[in-house]
Structure formats: C-alpha cells, structure tokens
Design a protein around this ligand. Structure first.
Ligand SMILES: Nc1ncnc2c1ncn2[C@@H]1O[C@H](COP(=O)(O)OP(=O)(O)OP(=O)(O)O)[C@@H](O)[C@H]1O
Ligand SMILES: [Mg+2]
Length: 377
C-alpha cells in the first residue's frame, strides 16, 4: 500500500489539502487584473498552492507562463527559465514563437532544429556563444514579444521565489526591466510568490524601487483546523488511528510547517505505527531531526561561540531576553554582544525577525535538533 503522505516537494492530487478561501481570493484578484504577491515561510506550501491555482487557470483556457526563479542566479538563468516556461505552455504560444523566429536581433541567441520524428520545430538557447549584452537583449526582446501571446481568456505570468530577482547583483536591471514590461502589458495578470519577507517587503514597499506598491500583498495562511481532520483521514487510509490531540501536538512542535507535518506522518506510517499519540510524535521527530545531523552540525560549525550562546538562550528562554541575570546565565558578556549575534543569525537566515520584532527559527527541525544538542540538562 502506498504511503498516504508526501513531503520535500510540491504536492498535488490526493496529497494536496485544498485552500478554498485563498483560491477564491486569488481568483478575484486575477480576474480583476490585480497583480498579486504571496509571501509565506519556507516549506509552507506556496509552490503547491501556486501549481494548483495555475492548473485551474489552464483549465479555464488561460495561457499560463510559470517561471521558477529558485535557481536564478544570473541573467542567463532567467532567460533559460523564461524560455522553458514558454515551451511548457504549448497552447497559445505558437504566435509568440513565430514572432521569436522572425526576430532578427535574436537569431544568434536561439537555435532552431526540426525534430525528424515529429517534424516540429524545436528551439534552444545558444548558451555557449551568449555574451552578457546578448543575454540582456534576449530577455528584453523575449519579454516584449509576450505581447504576441494573445488569448481571449487571458494570460497569466507567475514567478515563484520572486525574491531571487531582487537578490541579483545587477544594479536592479532585471527588476526594473520586469516592471516596465508589466506596465507595457497591463492586460497580463501577474502572480509572484516568495519566502524572504525582508527582501520582498523592501522590493514592494520601498518607494525608490520599481515594484513599489505594484501588487496586492497576501500572506500565505496557516492551514487551520481542517488540516488536522484531513491528516486524520489520510492516516485512516493506512489503517492508522491518530487522535486530534496528537495531531495538534505535532503541528505545534514543528511550528505548523506543512512539510514537516507531512514528513512526520510519513515516517509514522512507514515505521508501522498503528496508533499515534504524543509519545510516537516525540520519537519520530527525534528520528527526523537526527537524520539532519550532518548538515546541522556543519551549519553549527560556521557559527561563533556567542552566536551559539544566543541560540541556547533563545531556545532555553523561549524568547530573547536582555536582562543582566539571563545574560549571566548564558555566559554572554553584554546586551550588545547578544544583539550583534542576533543580527548575524538573521543575515545567515537561521533566525527570522518578525515584523513585531520577535524572532523565530527559519527551520523548526533545526530548533528541535538544537534543543537536544545545546540545552544543558
Ligand atoms: N496544500 C497542501 N496540502 C498538503 N501538504 C502540503 C500542502 N502544501 C504543502 N504541503 C507539504 O509541504 C511540502 C512542501 O510544499 P511546497 O514545496 O509547496 O512548499 P513551499 O512553501 O513552496 O516550500 P519552499 O519554501 O521550499 O519553496 C509538501 O511536500 C507537503 O508535504
Ligand atoms: Mg516553493
């Protein structure tokens, strides 16, 4: 029998818990041509949601260009992802590719070959010959060419991990270029998602930057109590019973991170557990966090001793406390030492500073691992 849980990659079909409210909200925005930015923590289900939403749009005959910016570290990477997204969308892009073929300035960039089997023309990018100036020109021309993507039902462009665009060290060129294309092609609806809140908030709320106030900003929601009921039903498929309390406990332990919830459930099933209680949850989280030891150890090795002391204090106290007594207990000399450590850990993306000023761990499983490792008992 197949395990009813899945983790570590975007989920769909029966592994996907539907988010009807968010879906409806997004649909309303997109139908009104309001561009959207969805921000949420790592491993919370943004990509799964986006894929499911875009699938609905395709079924409504919209042309969907979905770009994954996760691995975009240069303009060549972006061009590659853009062209791949266009290739994936088979219907509705013929006109665009006819245009692309005829664009004289792009002839050194793209290779055209006839597939002897299907007889179809296939195109790829001539990366070896591409200079930076050609790459920029190709991005610019390809984006402007999107006006050829006419569809009576509408066109959607989505970019997952959008913060990558803001992180490129290109003097803001791609960010500005994308924004001006958006302004040139207002009939296209744009959906962006991303996880690095600090970067995204600066991109969208800083009046000096091109995307300033260009999108409706939505926080990716926590899954709510229905998710627990869904998990219990999934367990039943494997003849496992789980109490609502145990599921509640699990969700709390992993900071309600869907990926880790599913990972724990997956392992409970594969370990042959038949009845899930808090005890089984503790054991399985211990196993999962130990599996990460190698990389967590490596991460810990990159930290200074005061940064490690910060983590010990943060876990031990449940918050960052600057009082003399607490500093003394954790052997930290001054409050400013503690502050500097916090800043360094935020920069390293180990902890996240929330809008209210409190901190959380980027990776709740790392926190569980640290808790075993660092706390003096
Ligand atoms: N709607 C959902 N229903 C059930 N499980 C989900 C859902 N969304 C996410 N998950 C769980 O979380 C995992 C990660 O999902 P996904 O890749 O969509 O998250 P993400 O926020 O895009 O993550 P990342 O920050 O790594 O890009 C999935 O493998 C699954 O276990
Ligand atoms: Mg993702």
């Amino acid at each position: 029998m197949e395990n009813p849980f899945m983790y570590g990659k975007p989920v769909e079909g029966e592994f996907y818990f539907d988010l009807p409210y968010l879906k409806r909200e997004m649909q309303d925005f997109i139908d009104s041509k309001i561009n959207v930015l969805v921000m949420g923590p790592r491993r919370s289900g943004k990509t799964s949601f986006l894929k499911s939403f875009l699938k609905v749009q395709r079924s409504r005959q919209k042309v969907v260009i979905d770009i994954d910016a996760f691995n975009v570290l240069s303009h060549k990477d972006f061009l590659n992802q853009l062209v791949n997204a266009l290739k994936r969308e088979k219907t509705g892009t013929q006109k665009f590719f006819e245009w692309l073929r005829g664009a004289k300035d792009l002839s050194p960039v793209f290779k055209w070959e006839s597939n002897p089997h299907s007889g179809e023309v296939e195109y790829s990018i001539n990366f070896s010959k591409l200079e930076e100036s050609d790459t920029k020109q190709a991005i610019l021309s390809t984006l402007s060419g999107l006006k050829a993507l006419q569809n009576q039902h509408g066109v959607i462009i989505s970019i997952d991990e959008f913060q990558r665009i803001g992180e490129l060290e290109d003097g803001g060129w791609l960010e500005a270029t994308l924004r001006s294309i958006m302004q040139e092609l207002p009939e296209i609806a744009y959906v962006f998602t991303g996880s690095r809140r600090s970067i995204l908030e600066d991109m969208f709320n800083n009046s000096k930057r091109p995307f300033y106030k260009s999108c409706k900003q939505i926080n990716f929601p926590a899954f709510g109590p229905e998710f627990s009921a869904w998990l219990i039903e999934r367990f039943k498929k494997a003849n496992v019973t789980a109490s609502p309390e145990s599921i509640h406990y699990l969700r709390e332990k992993v900071a309600d991170t869907p990926n880790y919830v599913q990972e724990a459930c997956f392992h409970l099933v594969s370990h042959g557990i038949k009845h899930v209680t808090g005890k089984e949850i503790d054991e399985i989280l211990d196993i999962i966090s130990s599996q990460g030891s190698y990389s967590y150890e490596a991460l810990l090795n990159t930290l200074t001793s005061v940064q490690i002391k910060f983590l010990r204090l943060f876990i031990g106290e449940g918050k960052v406390d600057y009082s003399k007594e607490v500093l003394k207990r954790y052997e930290i000399k001054t409050g400013s030492n503690l502050q500097a450590a916090a800043k360094a850990l935020v920069d390293k993306q180990i902890i996240i500073k929330e809008p209210g000023g409190s901190f959380t761990f980027d990776d709740p499983m790392f926190k569980i691992w640290l808790n075993k490792k660092l706390i003096l008992k």
